[in-house]
Design a protein around this ligand. Structure first.
Ligand code: THU
Length: 133
């Protein structure tokens, strides 16, 4: 599956958004090296901080099914926004933990695509090495 196809899958995942508060649907699709795709959408809550972003939904779904960072080929995150939406701070921290530093992340809206990596979007991250003795 190529970049355009994975982005298309992320737009499909976006249809499952539960975002009655922001009305800002986001979708994500995570591709494994063996060709499986895990989907995520943003799932909100009346208690706002209890909501989950689309990319974390996709990552947690993959990890919950036994996928680990070395198994992951790429992640696509999409929205309908006028400009490409970029992962929030909490998601950047989660992406740092659960993806390899150079795994491609495709960000897209209906008109543009941009590729970034976890290390580019969260330099000098706090991580598990910092907790090692
Ligand atoms: N959101 C995501 O799902 N991913 C992002 O990268 C940015 C923001 C969601 C969270 C919330 O449901 C809505 O978009 C508005 O912030």
């Amino acid at each position: 599956m190529n970049k355009e196809e994975l982005i298309r899958e992320a737009f499909q995942a976006m249809k499952n958004t539960y975002s009655p508060y922001s009305n800002f649907p986001v979708g994500a699709a995570l591709l494994t090296k063996d060709g499986r795709v895990f989907y995520g959408a943003n799932i909100e809550n009346a208690s706002y901080p209890a909501g989950n972003c689309a990319e974390r939904s996709a990552l947690f779904s993959a990890y919950s099914n036994g996928v680990r960072k070395d198994d992951i080929e790429a992640l696509a995150i999409v929205s309908e926004g006028k400009r490409i939406s970029s992962p929030c701070g909490i998601c950047r921290q989660v992406l740092h933990e659960l993806l390899n530093p150079d795994t491609p992340i495709y960000l897209a809206n209906r008109t543009e695509t941009k590729t970034v990596t976890p290390q580019e979007i969260l330099p000098d991250a706090f991580g598990k090495e910092d907790l090692a003795e």
